[in-house]
Design a binder for this molecule. Structure first.
Ligand SMILES: C[S@@+](CC[C@H](N)C(=O)[O-])C[C@H]1O[C@@H](n2cnc3c(N)ncnc32)[C@H](O)[C@@H]1O
Length: 157
């Protein structure tokens, strides 16, 4: 696991509210979901991961957060059901993030160690893919040893 969520936190500074429903995709032991919970205490926060052992650990750390088993390529959520889909050190499944976001919702992809992160996608590549899926309002943020990309889903499909 990565040692810092500094870029994830910095990216959240760029996300305006209101955030009523937020998901941390590829949550692992739930560190990102716990950050979301702190940032948006009124929001419903969900962490999703494909690995049951990770989820067990995540639940142990934060029993108040909903942790759900699921594949980021086929998220077990309805269309347009989240204001924010966040990813830390996770393979980007951009189409699926876009599907579960409401129009005008936000996504972020944080990589804790920049290019040295075991799962790493160049921001330009990520931005191109996000643009292809109708996202805009990009920001690329450096924080700690890492980098994050933030983008907003189109207001209308
Ligand atoms: C490098 S870890 C990052 C965990 C956490 N986000 C963090 O930064 O500490 C990647 C996580 O993604 C999960 N993962 C990998 N492929 C996935 C998929 N297709 N759907 C959901 N989770 C996935 C793994 O089980 C693992 O917990």
């Amino acid at each position: 696991m990565e040692d810092t969520l500094a870029p994830y936190e910095a990216a959240l500074d760029r996300v305006p509210g209101p955030v009523e429903r937020a998901v941390d995709v590829g949550t692992g032991t739930g560190a990102g979901a716990r950050v979301l919970r702190q940032r948006f205490p009124e929001a419903a926060v969900v962490g999703v991961d494909v690995a049951p052992a990770m989820l067990a650990e995540a639940r142990r750390h934060a029993p108040e957060i909903s942790f759900v088993e699921g594949d980021a390529a086929r998220l077990p959520f309805e269309d347009a059901s989240f204001d924010l889909a966040a990813h830390a050190n996770m393979i980007p499944f951009v189409r699926e993030a876009g599907r579960v976001l409401r129009p005008g919702g936000w996504t972020l992809f944080a990589f804790s160690s920049g290019p040295d992160t075991p799962i790493w996608v160049e921001p330009t590549t990520l931005r191109r893919e996000l643009e292809r899926r109708g996202f805009s309002d990009f920001a690329e943020i450096a924080a700690g040893r890492g980098i994050a990309v933030v983008a907003r889903k189109a207001q209308q499909d």
